[in-house]
Design a protein around this ligand. Structure first.
Ligand code: SF4
Length: 228
């Protein structure tokens, strides 16, 4: 499985160890969501991509690195293009990695997507008093009895009608704990991905290093080669 996520040159070192931990956390999160979803007969409307159409994820540096590693391994030309240009393709709104015309999942980086994208619609939050709460996505139809008449549940109702949902806050805190030195600092995906790609491509040895050009903003990473 790891073969499909990480470029060969990136299979050692601190970043590698952390990405392995991210990978296993993502798997656990997806298993917890699949179980909650199956247990409760929940699903998205067919073909729906509304959550990506009006949303741009804020990501931790490590999530950007995981996505960068997946792109470098699976879409190397696209990875180089983003790293070189320093930006993602423009979209008038929402996530630039969303493609409404792509069949099955509309996300063009689905296996590398950040945590929040894996948790959409089938996870809960903690309310201010710390109680788990779960809300139906606004695109989901009302549920049949005994869960009709409400779209948000918490406390004993949630426990009785759904069982405990996987919680965004808990998985998010665990993710932040993998690289505590990052201080939980998040940035929009569009800002976080290009420098993460530059780092991953450098570490994986997938970018040439002869061009002395540099923008001076990234003292750690050497510049990528210019496209010819
Ligand atoms: S990364 Fe993928 S799943 Fe997440 S918002 Fe963008 S298109 Fe949607």
């Amino acid at each position: 499985m790891l073969d499909t996520i990480l470029p060969e040159g990136l299979r050692f070192g601190v970043l590698f160890d952390r990405l392995i931990t991210v990978h296993s956390l993502y798997i656990r999160a997806e298993e917890a969501l699949a179980s909650f979803r199956a247990r409760n007969g929940l699903s998205c409307p067919a073909g729906c991509g509304t959550c990506c159409e009006g949303f741009l994820p804020d990501v931790l540096p490590l999530e950007a690195s995981y996505l960068a590693a997946w792109l470098a391994r699976n879409r190397p030309e696209r990875a180089l293009e983003i790293a070189e240009s320093g930006r993602l393709p423009e979209r008038s709104r929402g996530c630039p990695l969303y493609d409404p015309d792509k069949p099955d999942a509309h996300c063009t980086v689905y296996p590398g997507r950040p945590l929040i994208c894996r948790l959409f619609a089938f996870s809960g939050i903690r309310t201010k008093n710390g109680r788990p709460s779960y809300s139906l996505c606004r695109e989901m139809p009302h549920l049949p009895p005994p869960r009709s008449g409400a779209r948000t549940w918490d406390g004993p109702d949630l426990e009785a009608l759904f069982g405990p949902p996987p919680l965004m806050s808990d998985f998010g805190a665990e993710l932040e704990g993998i690289a505590p030195g990052d201080g939980g600092r998040r940035a929009p995906l569009t800002a976080a991905l290009p420098p993460a790609l530059r780092q991953v491509l450098f570490l994986a040895g997938l970018g040439g290093r002869d061009d002395p050009n540099t923008d001076g903003n990234d003292p750690v990473l050497p510049p990528l080669p210019r496209a010819s």
